[in-house]
Structures are given as structure tokens and as C-alpha cells.
Design a protein around this ligand. Structure first.
Ligand code: NAD
Ligand code: GLY
Length: 352
């Protein structure tokens, strides 16, 4: 088993092992005194993994109640959240009990937010089942729901008690959802680690699983380092936004219907790096290597939308301050920095 200790305001561990799901009950029992848990999941994950997880929890002495919602980003909303609150109340969940998020980033984000707010906060455990959730969203304590006017607009920082990562669950993902998560893995390589980038680049979407434990371990280790230095997203954590400012603009321009998050981030990483090369702030070879790896995971390098249409949407990104933008630039593979620019300078930089 690979283990990563996260020393955030509340310390916890991320455990990575193929097959670990079948002994999650014992692991959960080691981080909480309660033997009453509310499992939250979506209908796709429910049919695949709830049985194994609940079986293991019951074997470890837990009584488990289960809340299932329809899979997809549309469910990450106040309506589902209210249904979760009602479910917790109906089942007399108390502040000393715990929530368990079993699923991708949607399940993790909404369950984490319910845990941050119900009864002014109770413990929760993350059991992520998508690549994106295993390498990114389950770690670091960002929780949120979407509003009709934008994604992740209501949220809280709430660190989990434990993250249990079973890479075998990735075997049931469609290649498109794996690609989506891989965009975030490529991002980690670009911002912090040439070694990770090279491991990802030595595979394609067809054989990525051969090194999956190592890829997850390296991504989570980078996220751990960043979160330990800047848990509340005031500085260094913005590096995790590489490719995301333009990525969010692309998602939003197409009303969240045409580009998935990972596809938009991949295009966003290419677009900003192409500009960095033009401004002699990044090596041309780094852009070529980035483009090769993006393509080998069947992710896009660009979008049909014009840059001039995307730039105004960049101003809505949460990483923006009133009149400036924090652009994340990679000068080479594994090396990144935050470039704070007045918005008009950013426009000129992107349109050059
Ligand atoms: P998701 O949770 O919607 O999962 C994608 C799809 O895969 C869903 O249909 C789900 O039912 C299905 N699925 C999940 N696990 C499966 C499995 N093992 N086998 C088969 N199907 C499975 O999406 P996601 O990509 O995991 O997460 C995206 C969400 O994460 C977004 O809401 C985004 O805002 C959020 N996010 C949060 C953070 C953070 O730091 N909190 C970081 C990045 C993204
Ligand atoms: N996924 C970005 C962050 O955790 O900050």
C-alpha cells in the first residue's frame, strides 16, 4: 500500500492500493469512533461498488444508511444538497457520526460540502472512484456545489478524515472519463515534475493502467505539497489552475455542453503555453512535448471558439482578482510560476 500523509489544518492520510475497497470498513473504523455512517453516492457508482463498500463497513461493525442521486454534474446543486440534508435528518445522523463519499468529483464535492455544513460540520471520508477524483478532487479539502449562474460558486474548505483510493475502480470507467482525469495528471507533470510527465508520456490512453499506482501517488504527493503550503488558496495553490482559466472559459462559452472539464483544460494548457512560447517565456520543445502527450490521451489541443470570445469569460474565473488575473505559465516541463497581470495586459498577451 502507498500512503501519503497530508499535514493540513487537520492531518489525514491518502491510502492507495489495488483492491483496498474490500477492506475499507476496517480502515474507516480506525479514523472514527462512531459505528454509524451515511454513504453518499451516485446511481452509476452505486450499482458498481456500494455492495462491496457497505459489506466491508458492516463487517467492521458499522450500521450504514445510503443516499443515491443521479450521476452527473447537474446533480451538484442545491436541490440535491437539500435532499441530502433531509436524508441525514430523517436518519438521525449526529455530529459524531460520519459521511462517506463514494464516487467521482461530483459525489466528493457535494458530500464534502454537506459534511462542512450539516450540524455545523461533521467528519467525512473520501472513497474516490474516478481518476480525476483520485488524483485531485478528493485531496485538499475544497468542497462545493454549483449555482445556475456558475460552477463551484458555493463551497467551503473541509478536509476529510481519510482518503481511500482503489485504482481497480478505474477499470470500469469509459476511456473518455479516463482521458478527462489524465488532463489533470498532465497538469501536475507540467507544473512540478518532469519525472511524472515522462511516466505519463511513456503511455497512452490504452496502457496507462500499467503505471497507475505510481501516477496517482506522484500526483497526490504534488497536491499534498501545494496544499500544505497554501491550504486556503491565497498563492501557490493557484499553480493547480494551470490551463484552467482558459479551460473554464471554454467550458462556459459552450454552456458546459460541448467540452468536458478535462478536454477544456487540455486545450487551455496548450493555448497558454503556445502564448508563453511566443513571448519567449517557455521552450518550444516543452510545447511540442505537451502537445504530443495531450494528443496521445485523445484530448484536444484547441477549440473552435475565438480567443477574443474566450478572454472576457476568463474574467469570471475564481482565480481572478478585481482587475487583474493570475496566469499560470510553465517555462519548461516541471517548472511553473504565477504571473499576475492587469486584465488588459492578459488580453494583449493572449492575442499576440
Ligand atoms: P463525476 O463525479 O461526474 O464522474 C464522472 C462519471 O463517471 C459519472 O457519470 C460517474 O457516475 C461515473 N463514475 C464514477 N466512478 C466510476 C467508476 N469507477 N466506473 C464507472 N463510472 C464511474 O466527474 P469527475 O470527473 O470525477 O469530477 C468532476 C467534478 O469534480 C466537477 O464537479 C469538478 O468541479 C470537481 N472537482 C473538484 C476539485 C476539488 O478540488 N474539490 C478538483 C477538480 C474537480
Ligand atoms: N483542484 C484545484 C485545487 O484543489 O486547488
Amino acid at each position: 500500500m502507498k500512503k501519503i500523509s497530508v499535514k493540513a489544518s487537520k492531518p489525514y492520510e491518502v491510502l492507495i492500493e489495488q483492491g483496498i475497497l474490500s477492506r475499507c470498513g476496517k480502515l474507516v473504523s480506525e479514523v472514527t469512533k462512531t459505528r454509524f455512517a451515511a454513504l453518499v453516492t451516485d446511481d452509476t457508482v452505486d450499482s458498481l461498488y456500494s455492495g462491496k463498500v457497505i459489506g466491508s463497513l458492516e463487517e467492521a461493525g458499522f450500521r450504514v444508511v445510503k443516499f443515491v442521486f443521479k450521476s452527473g454534474e447537474k446533480s451538484k446543486c442545491s436541490e440535491t444538497l437539500n435532499r441530502i440534508y433531509s436524508f441525514l435528518a430523517e436518519n438521525s445522523i449526529t455530529r459524531s457520526d460520519c459521511l462517506i463519499a463514494l464516487g467521482g468529483g461530483v459525489v466528493g464535492d457535494i458530500t464534502g460540502y454537506a459534511a462542512a455544513t450539516y450540524l455545523r460540520g461533521l467528519a467525512y471520508i473520501q472513497i474516490p472512484t474516478t481518476l480525476l477524483a483520485q488524483i485531485d478532487s478528493s485531496v485538499g479539502g475544497k468542497t462545493a456545489i454549483d449555482l445556475p449562474c456558475g460552477k463551484n460558486l458555493v463551497g467551503a474548505f473541509k478536509q476529510p478524515e481519510l482518503v481511500i483510493c482503489d485504482p481497480l475502480t478505474l477499470k470500469t470507467l469509459s476511456p473518455e472519463i479516463v482521458s478527462d482525469g489524465m488532463a489533470e495528471a498532465i497538469k501536475y507533470g507540467m507544473i512540478r515534475s518532469r519525472e511524472l510527465f515522462d511516466i505519463i508520456a511513456s503511455h497512452t490512453i490504452d496502457d496507462y493502467f500499467d503505471d497507475i499506482d505510481d501516477i496517482i501517488f506522484r500526483c497526490v504527493s504534488i497536491k499534498r505539497d501545494v496544499v500544505e503550503n497554501d491550504e486556503f488558496d491565497k498563492g501557490e495553490r493557484m499553480l493547480l489552475n494551470f490551463g484552467h482559466t482558459m479551460g473554464h472559459a471554454i467550458e462556459s462559452f459552450f454552456h458546459y455542453e460541448t467540452y468536458t472539464h478535462g478536454n477544456a483544460v487540455a486545450a487551455g494548457m496548450h493555448i497558454i503555453t503556445e502564448q508563453a512560447v511566443k513571448h519567449s517565456e517557455c521552450k518550444a520543445e516543452a510545447l511540442e512535448a505537451l502537445d504530443r502527450v495531450i494528443t496521445s490521451y485523445r484530448l484536444p489541443l484547441n477549440t473552435e471558439a475565438k480567443i477574443s470570445d474566450l478572454i472576457p469569460l476568463c474574467a469570471n474565473d475564481k482565480k481572478c482578482e478585481s482587475s487583474s488575473i493570475n496566469a499560470i505559465i510553465c517555462s519548461d516541463i516541471g517548472t511553473s510560476s504565477i504571473k499576475k497581470m492587469p486584465f488588459e495586459e492578459f488580453r494583449a498577451y493572449m492575442e499576440a
